[in-house]
Design a protein around this ligand. Structure first.
Ligand SMILES: [Mn+2]
Length: 376
């Protein structure tokens, strides 16, 4: 070790790369080795001609990335949802697009996100985190949504998210259109013993009107969420709002209720660091927990063709990823990623950014020591 390694660390990398390379050296490999042993046991040792004896006959686990069954990050499919509390993180799909008011297709969001998530391993270079070594992830499959009945679907989603949250597993909800933001936050709010829930909401759209087309739709979740006594509008921070798709009734409600709105220009001009701090200050002001609701359309339309209401002028991917790193300095109650519509996607790019946002959120929470959460 000694001189040679220290020399290579200190002289050959940019500052972030150096931290990343140093972090990697301290990551364990125990879970990876367990996965290989499990693969060889369940999938049989590879054929005699395979020189690498870690390769099984049947693909089990991460490799090859194009093989296997599409759960999120190839996490185990946990069919018995009563067992979700045995895991640190539980992924659940909410395949519902009955709240969409233009393009549909987000009922296929969970499938699209799971499919492209196979591209990812559990390790992030810059974050210096290996999810496989740090946390256990279960994929619970999807909530049984009711096409054409938004209210019954809300009840199903609330029951599912409430079950996961109560189990102690960190909920990751794969949308679905943004109408699901109401039942997800309703479920968490019910379990805070009267304590307040804050919401950090990334979107180009305010989604705060009472009804749209005479019903509760994907344009209305935060009106109804902030009607819940312990989800006060003063703890709702809306990031990236702007463009030609913001209905005036929603703007009026936000003005009356005092939600915090930051446009893309606000965030870029004050700097992502200051904007993220403002978001944390607002969401956590007197709150016991904070939910992250991420609409992929907060990104510029160029990056998210597969979404219901694409709008130019949004964030760059690196801006939202920076935001997430900063927000995850504080714990989260859970995350939903919504409005990913694979039928309109190109090259799975929208599903990929949805996957990336989830993985970065988990990685940052691990790095900050907020995952795994303590379980009694
Ligand atoms: Mn939106």
């Amino acid at each position: 070790m000694g001189q040679f390694h220290r020399h290579s660390y200190h002289d050959n990398y940019g500052p972030e790369a150096r931290r990343a390379v140093e972090a990697e050296a301290s990551l364990p490999t125990a879970k990876h080795e367990e996965e290989i042993a499990r693969g060889l046991e369940l999938g049989l040792p590879g054929a005699d001609s395979i020189a690498d004896r870690t390769i099984p006959t049947f693909s089990r686990g991460e490799l090859p990335h194009f093989a296997g069954i599409n759960t999120f990050l190839k996490a185990p499919y946990v069919e018995d949802v009563r067992r979700c509390g045995e895991y640190d993180v539980a992924v659940l799909g909410a395949p519902f697009d009955g709240g969409t008011t233009y393009r549909s297709g987000t009922r296929f969001g969970p499938q699209g996100i799971r499919k492209i998530s196979a591209l990812y391993g559990p390790y992030s270079f810059e974050l210096g985190v290996d999810l496989r070594e740090s946390i256990s992830i279960a994929d619970l499959g999807d909530v049984f949504t009711i096409p054409g009945n938004i209210e019954k679907t809300f009840d199903q989603i609330s029951k599912a998210v409430g079950h996961v949250y109560a189990s102690g597993a960190f909920p990751v909800v794969l949308g679905g259109d943004h109408s699901i933001g109401y039942p997800t936050t309703r479920a968490v709010a019910e379990q805070l013993g009267g304590g307040n829930l804050g919401i950090i909401h990334f979107d180009r759209h305010v989604d705060t009107q009472e009804t749209d087309l005479d019903e509760r739709m994907h344009t209305t979740p935060w009106f109804h969420a902030t009607d819940i006594p312990n989800v006060p509008p003063k703890n709702l921070v809306q990031i990236g709002i702007g463009g030609w798709q913001a209905p005036r009734p929603g703007v009026k409600v936000g003005r009356e209720r005092g939600t915090t709105v930051m446009t893309v220009t606000d965030c870029v001009e004050m700097g992502i660091e200051a904007a993220a701090q403002r978001a944390l200050d607002v969401a956590w002001d007197g709150a016991d927990a904070v939910w992250l609701s991420f609409d992929v359309d907060c990104l510029d339309a160029a990056f998210v063709p597969g979404t219901g209401w694409p709008e130019p002028g949004g964030f760059l991917p690196r801006e939202v990823l920076k935001f997430i790193q900063l927000i995850a300095r504080r714990p989260l109650a859970g995350i939903e990623v919504v409005e990913c519509s694979p039928p309109y996607d190109n090259g799975e790019i929208t599903s990929l950014i949805a996957t990336r946002v989830i993985c970065d959120t988990l990685g940052c929470l691990v790095r900050a020591g907020h995952l795994p959460t303590f379980k009694a």
